[in-house]
Design a protein around this ligand. Sequence first.
Ligand code: ADP
Length: 648
Amino acid sequence: MSGADWDEDDPFEEQREEIENPMKRLFLEYGSNYKGAAAVGVIASIFARVLDLLPALMLGVALDAVIRQEIPYVEAFPVGGGLVAPYVPEGRLAQFWLTIGIIAGAFFLSAIFHWTRNWGFNTFAQNVQHDIRTDTYDEMQRLDMGFFADKQTGEMMSILSNDVNRLEKFLNDGMNSLFRLLVMVLGIGGLLLAINWQLALVALLPVPLIAVFTYLFIQTIQPKYAQVRSTVGKVNSRLENNLGGIQVIKSSTTESYESDRVEDVSQQYFDANWGAIRTRIKFFPGLRVLAGIGFVITFLVGGLWVISGPPGPFSGTLSNGMFVVFILYTQRFIWPMAQFGQIINMYQRARASSARIFGLMDEPNRVGEEPDAPDLAVTEGRVEYDDVSFGYDADERILEDIDFTVDGGETLALVGPTGAGKSTVLKLLLRMYDVDEGEIRVDGQSVQDVTLRSLRESLGYVSQDTFLFYGSVEENIKYGTFDADREDVIEAAKMAEAHEFIQNLPDGYDTEVGERGVKLSGGQRQRVSIARAILKDPDILVLDEATSDVDTETEMLIQRSIDDLAEDRTTFAIAHRLSTIKDADQVLVLEGGEIVERGTHEELLANGGLYSHLWGVQAGEIDELPEEFIERAQRRQARTEVDAGDDD
Ligand code: ADP
């Protein structure tokens, strides 16, 4: 998804708005665990910066006391003369060596403090970042399925990566620059005021101007950067989309059309970026002008002062050495001040990012469990749906009064047209969502009263879209049953009719699959996931079109193993090919979220209703279907097309 959509389409907005002071929370909840490291960083930073100021000051002292010999050594110090007084030797050369020693010592110590400062700030930032990332991920994993609808996974990915990284940037670079700025402004400002407060006022004049200037610059460039990010998002989506659809592009010879579209988004990116560049390249020259004005005025006033005493309204003295210190120090203000706007900006971004992170963390989980919920105890495996109604959105019912019982060990088949709500019935059993009305019970225990973990451990779910994790085939089969050994895995694979093809893969069971590995066909993936369910050996088996993606021959083979598997355990099966569920103990026919027929295969055929017509279609008796059935099918199709259209 493109960056522009983040802010407009933010699923966590409500929670975010309730978070009053995200930065305070960040420091209290996460930062406080590493206060030691942060304190080391802050203290070392102050020492390092103060030491950095020393060499320039010593140059001024040396000028006045050693080179021109106008002022006694100790008195040449604007501050801190008392500290060195006991160590000052007699004699010009000895004092010169002392100066060199102090300067060398300052450089050496400052290097140590810089190292310590980096260690402290980085320890703090990295640990906080790590803790936040893992906590956010854990929270995210607990959210109910409603959050994982397509458009929100992009959003969550961006919170987990971009926002967490942005925090690190502030915690490290931002805080670092902030302390440097503070020490520079307070340290240099204090020193200059101590040397000559009147000239200090002149020299410090550009400082607030620079602060305002950089702040305004950041305010101007921010929206431009946002636009750059959003157009980058557009370019990426377009490229991704086109790479994925390259076969369609080629076969419909729309290359030039697509080239134009890519050029169009690339041009948008170019324009946005150019707009940002135009602003950015004005910043440093502008800063130079301001800094230059400060330099010239200080040089002018200070120089006149040294040559012919205090000019105009000024009074007091200014030595040659201190004039040099003034000139050197005012120069050192500029760069830390230039970062002033940047620091504010980093702070604001970090604040927005922590608000998004805490917004995700505070998201209440609609599918939760009581803290003292007992584990599900499956005895027979009897499942009851007691007048269950449900809708994904509050205003649209998907299931209406679903009521049935499956006895332990029985097989229940769900059939009906696409969109009838068959998968939804099963998702409610897995508690991917909670029912709006009614209750689902397993051996008399409501699924909402037991722990989610125990519930899902009792269920083996094979869905129509099988996802493989990045890893080996074996790891994928063992996923969730991690203690299984190779023999068990092979046994399960054999039962799922997967052993043959796995052996033919380049590295057999060790072949890497998933996004970066060998591509398996839909049917192969499905067999791996059936093997996964077989290995798990669950009390209740849930097959959501488990064999939809395999050819008829493989289906027959898998069906045999599924029959074995389902033999003595409660099984739910959704199947389009009705031949696969012929032997089910009970068949429910769903239409528009309601059970319209129920019975065994034979009973339903004899009924002559929807089921018998669906059966007729699959047996190739299309010409013999009643007109009314065809009309209903057309109406349903039209509805699903409208639904699908809405999704876009
Ligand atoms: P079936 O399995 O019978 O094809 P589903 O249970 O998948 O039917 O879907 C039933 C209805 O619920 C459909 O109209 C579908 O568009 C809608 N639906 C399915 N999943 C979601 C979802 N995550 N959010 C909103 N609506 C959904």
